[in-house]
Design a protein around this ligand. Sequence first.
Ligand SMILES: O[C@H]1[C@H](O)[C@@H](O)[C@H](O)[C@@H](O)[C@H]1O
Length: 623
Amino acid sequence: MDTKGKTEDERSLIRASADVGVNGPDSADSAVTVKGSKDATHSFVYVLAFFSALGGFLFGYDTGVVSGAMLLLKREMNLSTLWQELLVSSTVGAAALSALAGGYLNGLYGRRVCILLASFIFTIGGILLSVCPDKEVLLLGRLTIGLGIGIASMTVPVYIAEVSPPHLRGQLVTLNTLFITGGQFIASIVDGAFSYLHHDGWRYMLGLSVVPAVLQFLGFLFLPESPRWLLQKGLTQKAWQVLSKIRGTAHVDEEYDAIKTSIEQEGSGGGGPVLCRILSNPPVRRALIVGCGLQMFQQLSGINTVMYYSATILQMAGVRDDKMAIWLAAGTAGTNFVFTLLGVWLVERVGRRRLTLGSIVGTAISLAVLAVGFLLSAQSSPPVSSHPIGQVLNSSCTQYRFCEPCMLDPECGFCYRENGTSSFDTSCVSVNPVSTAEAAWGRCNNGSQETSGTFWAYNYCPTRYSWIVLLGLLLYLASFAPGMGPMPWTINSEIYPLWARSTGNACSAGVNWTCNLLVSLTFLHVAEYLTYYGAFFLYSGLSLLGFLFIFSCLPETKGQRLEDIEALFAERLCTCGSPGASHRHYIRPQMELAKTQYGSLEQNTAVSYITVSMANTHYRATA
Ligand SMILES: O[C@H]1[C@H](O)[C@@H](O)[C@H](O)[C@@H](O)[C@H]1O
């Protein structure tokens, strides 16, 4: 439609008319989609998405690499369990705090500066980790990396969402999670490769993150700020230039106007701190509840426990060689990556809501399969047949009569011989404090020895039901990775109005990191009290709760312009899933928009305009 020579009000009216949809209510959201897809996508937006998603890569790499590095570090630096826990959780804790601070920094200095800051912090952290002389500096390095991860995790999805055209936004933001899981996959390969280097191997593992960090920093020196943030700050000319550069065309009036109008209309949500404004604004408050809920349920469905525990699951399934287990764990990370790719493909095809719902149902079922596998294994747990003399008397390991309680005690492991599928000559022995790969003393002191037929099992029991656990693991990754992995990040990047976007994302990312910390710190204790199957049944139950939450509260955001999404939260939370709700939500703001724009001219014009539009759209719902 030619809008040249029209006033801004007239152009908005034409736009609103197109949006309400002369083609009927079912085309309401496709009206926007089609508009977006008509523009040939300029490749520059892919360059932007790639360089920003390097932040996701670093998030994945730095959280993933630590497990392999720790195997070497604990020997070389003689780390106690407390120090090992500190080195792993300090990064996650620092990420939780800096994600929150990132919201403030994003609002004040913009997305680009925050991405530059995050990559600078990653670089410093990586250098510190690769040259650190002692465990204190190591801890400082891990904390520094955590600060970078927190800022990157909340800024990158927002930046990508703000520069993308609506029809590609879901795919490009999901690309960031693909980079996260890609980072975890590469980290596991690096872990495997350097695990042979007993001296200083961990320095390479931890230090290699400097490469993508520097690449991102250099790239962003030349890449532009988000046009939406520029407009919000009143830098109109710059915003127009950037938008036309990203779209590769000077015909960006329509998009530019839409952003500008919505900024003018939404204002800043009132005065006072942004969080208070969010909480006192019902639609945005609802969006925040949905965003934080999604992030919480992502972590409560136990992804990081399952990933972390995958090496043990594989050992249960019969992989005895430690090195082999490391490589197979890389296979787990690879599977997570491949199925995230499926998510990138599906997100614009089936939409966010259906993808997330399908994913969480599959996640709950596969967690139940995992739990059943663990339950059957526990029930067929082999008895302890011998209590060898020489066992340290005050060791708790002497009291156990079965493998199950023995393996649940972090101080003990199960030493046994094998006859086909059953074990005999079994004992429960203290684990070597330096390496869980062997007993502290006795015949399993050298770990498992195929030649003498003696095996050492730490954290698991030999069982014939291990295939069920393995099946559960594969099902879990296949269902979690395409939906529950990426969608919380993708959806959060689009559900808030501009004035609340950075704070909303900061809060939900903070919830993600806090729940991540909570689950990883409590897993072993939960497993000790509820056993493994209890823990996985618990995660499965939490995922079911997550399903109910998502089913009732999550609206579809696919294809909508960022400026129109707030309206999806205009009604009570639990109506979101009801059929037709999205049409009702979608049209209402157009009425409000028209009323505001034409109310000052002639109230009746607006009303009759809407009436005509509604008649054209065979509008059924009561607005
Ligand atoms: O979306 C990501 C992804 O699924 C990762 O695999 C996981 O480690 C993160 O915690 C999560 O936020």
